[in-house]
Write a protein that binds this ligand. Sequence first.
Ligand code: CU
Length: 802
Amino acid sequence: METTDSRSHTYSAVSLATSETPSWKTTSFWQAISVVLVFACVVLTVALGAVVASMSSGTQGQQSLGSTLAPCPAGIPVEPVNEDDPGLYDDLSLAEHNAVRVYMESRETLALTPWDEAGFSDNYINSIELHVPVKSEALAFLDGGGDKPERQALVTVHAGGKTPPVVEEYVVGPLPNPARHAPYSNPARRSPIPWTSRAIDAKEYALIFPIIENATAAVHDILKESYGYTYHNCSGHCLVDIDTVPKGYRSGQRRSWVLFHRGGVGGVTYFVGFMIQITHESVDPSEWHVSRVYYNKQYFDSVEQLITGYADGSVEKDTPHADIQDDEILYPTFVRRGKPQPASPSRGPTLTEPGGRRYAVRGRHVEFMGWSFDWRLTTSQSMQLYDVRMNGERIAYELSSQEATSFYSGYNPGMLNNLFVDSYWDVGRSFELVRGIDCPKTATFFNTLQQRSTKEPRLMQNAVCVFELNAGIPLRRHFDSDFAGGFNFYGGMADHVLVLRHINTVYNYDYVYDYIFHQNGVIEVRVGLTGFILTSQDKNSYGYPLYGGNIGNIHQHAFNYKVDLDILGAQNRFETVDIVLENITDPQRPDLRHIQTRIQRNLRRTEREAAVQYDFNRPKYYNFYNEEETNRFAVNRGYRVQLNGIAKTLLPRQDWAPMRGVAWQDYQLAVTRRKESEPSSSSIYNQNDLYEPLVDFQTFIDDDENIVDEDLVAWVTLSTHHIPHSEDFPTTATAGTQMQFFLRPFNYYDEDPSVGSSNAVLITPGERSGSVRVERFGTPTGPACVSEQSPFRYNGTWRGPH
Ligand SMILES: [Cu+2]
């Protein structure tokens, strides 16, 4: 589908003139002319699709009526990825994906079956993605003129054909012409990767669906009578199934509760009270079976037991809710309703880039106002930024998303088992972003490739965007009063930031991930929640009543990030700057006591000392600094991690086994010595074995290594408790659900580095009374222009191969 919302930059003088010329209201002649002209204007507007771009405030009045707004300059051109010489962290190209697949499938010793021929009990490739170089090699290349590290891929194999079956990971290189492969070995992880912890894939689902079909066929009439919705051979009022995770209650188990929600728009917001548990643990799929059934808060050992009880009246029957029967119900839809706002439809403000694009994009490398970084969107760990620098100085070697979880509570077996660990669910799958909604119209968009559970990579169009944003708040400003009705000066600067964004949709929910670069050296890492909530017929103690008589079950969201800070080198220290009370004798009045706060610097020497569980009684700053480097005032140059979106996890790790797999949730901040064997706080295998997880984050801390003058990693956890409420319909909104942390220079610079910005403004009183001098440091105030905009396009498809 393609439409055009901006074909011409011409606007009519009449439409503006008539609104500001009072005479045409009093003169019938001019009134008539005006009506004609207004009509002509409307016709022209419709015909040409005229768009008046928002004008910068500095150019108002300078544009003569009837003129044509010129396009804004394009600015710094966008350079595509150079596939002949990719960056260190560039994701695999299509050619590399295919070369790796062909190489691996032609190794006789691996005995791999091509994806589209493979069955569950074969050995086949499950995923392919870039395997990033080890840091020392990368730094030798980036900083020391060393050789460019070999480019490699990480390949996951589901080896169902082995005895016993196992999950294997291989490092394959060198790209683009792979010639060797070796098992990925990591002494810090469980080995081998348990077969039962694998991510579910299309091959396994293909064997589970018939079991669901058979069970739902047997209870077809019960479903129809109870809910008005059915599953088997359904052609209208259909149920949709989803399976819960983790798959089992202890390590090694593999059993899924299958839940059913209403089909259609927003159907995921209405789950029915029927569920089945399928045990699919055996390596022999013929042994897989329905092991439990749940219906209207009652448990059964088999589908037959439910059917018998339903027929003889011993089962308490569920009854369909009127709301759910009503096809016209609007709550879970995006249909506009209610009082129109604005009363007459009109467009909201949009961004214009009067100076053109002010950030540089070269492949996956981005530069903006002294900032530079590389990024990639991984299939298993979402967004990763590398080599983040300000004015050429590396601040962080890696800044990356690690994991996103949502742990639900409830009564029914589905909610009891909804402990979502999202890296399992293809977190790199960022579906097409919409220009003008998900990202400003001026944004630069990027396609990505993701290969998991497919033969070839899927093309995710416009999956990532980068844009410069006027954040709508002064970054800094001051009005300096003369205390006599005037001012000495005004100094200010708008907060122009660069935003790197992707939005991960994990079935019902959408996570908006932002990495925001401010000009004062601050990096803001933010995640916002939107999308549909999950509901159930559970008791009110787990949530408030909502649409269809269901409740929205309480849950906790948590997000973990890896921040490999390198402050003027890899060897850094971590200290807390504690704000402590002192109770002293008042120096000027020895007869008085005085209570106040002071700072107390506490160097954290080991990993255990650096595991932070936030305590409101002990406020503190978290500072990473270089012992060898000081600013002009002889203070160690550092960067501070500031946490703005944290929540306590009440679930106790010592008493509640699944929490072991998400140990990072217990720490709002943990600092460990960087190791290649600890690349991530989680893994896609943690989801299905939270009890004995492949990556046990607590082990990162428990060896309690020295962290003084070492290469340090900060693991940051953002979190929020979510008690769904009626306004979560149709979807949770990002306003109020955004969490963020900041990386802030802390005595790193001698002053705010944004003082170099020529976008600042300094206003001082002029010679004549009432006049002012406006210093813009060379920044032009005109002419007005309109940013060139691509025609509105949305495709929405993402199925590969492309
Ligand atoms: Cu939520």
